[in-house]
Design a protein around this ligand. Structure first.
Ligand SMILES: Nc1nc2c(ncn2[C@@H]2O[C@H](COP(=O)(O)OP(=O)(O)OP(=O)(O)O)[C@@H](O)[C@H]2O)c(=O)[nH]1
Ligand SMILES: [Mg+2]
Length: 310
């Protein structure tokens, strides 16, 4: 972040989204072979947006907007990329909401959920580091008690971030760990408590019961908590991420989203489809595995990086 050898935020975002941008940008160039925005060009653009996982409905809306704006006009690929970026930013902008702990809450409780491997634990480590850098006292609850390695991984991240980890034994009741962590965080007047959870989803009922139990137990101590229930999604799963939002919305009141692994996919457009469909706040995105690779979500920068606009 402050290391001058590291590229700036936008450069990292752009590098992260390079694969999606390259495929979209190439398609824009091809679609515009005749140099004007005729129906065939618009149809090809729509196909390339769908291929980038924007979803059929969102791709159609974006292209319809572009058509209304400049049908038949001469256009260069750069102009079309810029126009696309504006339309995509407009879809995303109403859903930008940074994850900011309320200082009146001691602690502000953030429950983190999501299927196996989406990046929950890594995201918690990165969030903890950011909150610590802002001077907040952070407690993390190791609510994934199924694997010793999961607790170890969280220990490494919390040590690195300077947070306090509350963990139980392997196999302990996750709700019990959350209860103890909230009790301790409250007693020590910590600013933030972040609760990690297990991501197995082979059995929706078990998952639902476990998350609901954590929420219930937390509310016994602080009825207003959890203040955020953040769903972590993996951009590389493309359209599957949409189903995951549907499942988790049934399980708990998801209050916002983090999407990870934009650096590993050409399907980054799925976030636009999700924002358009579910209207859920988007807190942050992951563009790599390092601690500084969790960025606050910026609709304009994201749309420009996604479309390869300058
Ligand atoms: N490239 C890339 N990798 C990421 C990103 N976020 C997380 N990862 C990697 O994804 C893998 C899984 O991340 P975890 O944080 O363990 O995921 P999880 O959701 O906690 O997984 P479970 O606890 O097994 O459910 C790790 O190797 C992370 O380093 C990202 O933004 N970009
Ligand atoms: Mg984990």
């Amino acid at each position: 972040m402050s290391d001058p050898a590291r590229p700036g935020l936008f450069a990292r975002l752009k590098a992260g989204l390079a694969r999606t941008a390259a495929s979209l940008s190439g398609a824009v160039g091809q679609a515009l072979a005749r140099g004007r925005l005729d129906q065939e060009t618009l149809d090809r653009l729509e196909e390339s947006l769908i291929a980038a996982d924007l979803g059929v409905a969102t791709a159609a809306a974006v292209v319809a907007g572009l058509k209304a704006e400049r049908f038949g006009a001469e256009a260069t690929p750069a102009e079309i990329r810029a126009a696309l970026a504006l339309r995509i930013a407009a879809i995303l902008a109403p859903h930008v909401r940074p994850l900011t702990p309320d200082p009146a809450r001691k602690p502000h409780v953030i429950l983190v959920a999501g299927v196996n491997g989406t990046g929950k634990t890594t995201t918690i480590g990165k969030l903890a580091a950011r909150f610590r850098a802002e001077g907040r006292v952070v407690v993390i609850a190791a609510g994934d008690t199924f694997r010793a390695a999961a607790i170890e991984q969280l220990k490494i991240w919390s040590d690195r971030a300077g947070a306090t980890l509350v963990a139980g034994a392997v196999g302990a009741d996750p709700a019990g760990v959350a209860f103890e962590a909230l009790t301790r965080a409250t007693a020590s007047r910590a600013d933030v408590l972040i609760i990690d959870t297990a991501g197995r989803l082979q059995n929706k009922t078990a998952l639902m019961e476990e998350l609901a139990k954590i929420v219930r137990v937390v509310k016994r101590i602080e009825p207003s908590a959890p203040h955020d229930i953040v769903l972590v999604l993996d951009a590389t799963t493309g359209q599957n991420a949409i189903q995951q939002v549907e499942v988790f919305r049934d399980v708990a009141t998801v209050s916002g989203l983090v999407m990870t692994k934009f650096d590993g996919t050409a399907r980054g457009g799925v976030l636009v489809a999700i924002a358009d469909k579910f209207k859920l706040p988007i807190h942050a995105i992951g563009v790599g595995e390092a601690i500084e690779d969790l960025q606050p979500f910026d609709a304009d920068a994201f749309a420009r990086a996604l479309t390869g606009a300058d």
